[in-house]
Design a protein. Structure first.
Length: 277
């Protein structure tokens, strides 16, 4: 299951319209030698507001669950954000209406919680986003405004990379660092064997981002129909996973790791997949 960094509760998105919540609660004591009660885990299934799909969830340090989800046509969907703390808060729209792509299972929005539980969202932009580039769809980013009542106007983080495809990823930490990862080409017309994993970094809670750069010097290729996941921990380490395309039949899962807040990365193949698909 895709998940974002910082504090993660035992909460999982199932199918496209429900959130299953796993928690510990007091219940009838089990038979034990010391006669003490053992809490049983319980699962509570919550319906996503408005019949949303392509849901992503994250839980903050206070136990509040944050979600992003799509509504409408997959080629030009509306993107929304909400919180659950005993009930769903009124959804906030993220980006213009129809600005998101939800086609397939890997191009939906991604969510991370950063400093102070602030929400950071990235998504595959549609033609209706108003930011379509000559080289394909934009990679859009927005963050929750400081007052918590709206989202800032989205920005396209693609400055030098070309021809976005696959699913993007976002991570954030409590020090104000935000990392956005996606796979794209360095030049229009390059095939999947020349595609790369790109990283854009922010050190000011997403206010500004440095120009994206390839995570690795050598091109590994990237499977354009697969997702990208990125994670950050409290010690300045960043981890990203994506599926390479080193050849037509070499689609291994790669883990790239940084110990210097995303400035440099090293790579390891963690799951060989010799299949031409």
């Amino acid at each position: 299951m895709p998940f974002t960094p910082i504090t993660r509760s035992l909460r999982a998105v199932h199918l496209s319209a429900c959130l299953a919540v796993l928690s510990g609660c007091a219940s009838a004591p089990q038979s034990r030698a010391d006669n003490t009660a053992t809490p049983k885990p319980t699962v509570e299934v919550l319906r996503i507001p408005d019949g949303g799909y392509q849901v992503q969830a994250a839980t903050d340090a206070r136990g509040v669950t944050h979600i992003v989800y799509l509504k409408g046509e997959p080629g030009s969907a509306d993107l929304f954000y909400s919180r659950f703390a005993g009930g769903w808060a009124n959804p906030l729209r993220v980006g213009p209406l129809g600005s998101a792509v939800g086609a397939g299972t890997i191009r939906g929005p991604q969510l991370a919680l950063g400093r102070g539980g602030r929400a950071h969202v990235v998504w595959f932009g549609s033609e209706k986003s108003g930011m379509k580039t000559p080289d394909g769809a934009p990679l859009l980013y927005s963050r929750l405004a400081e007052d918590g009542g709206s989202f800032e106007a989205p920005r396209n983080l693609m400055r030098v990379s070309k021809v976005l495809d696959g699913g993007p990823g976002v991570a954030a930490d409590a020090q104000g660092n935000v990392y956005v990862a996606w796979q794209a080409a360095a030049a229009k017309g390059e095939g999947e064997l020349a595609r790369r994993l790109w990283i854009a970094r922010s050190s000011d809670d997403g206010k500004t981002f440095a120009e994206e750069a390839p995570a690795l010097k050598e091109p590994t290729g990237a499977c354009p129909c697969c997702s990208t996941e990125v994670f950050a921990d409290s010690k300045g380490r960043v981890y990203a996973m994506y599926r390479i395309a080193a050849s037509r039949a070499e689609r291994d899962m790669a883990l790239v790791t940084s110990t210097d807040q995303g400035r440099t990365f090293r790579s390891a193949r963690i799951d060989p997949w010799p299949v031409p698909t």
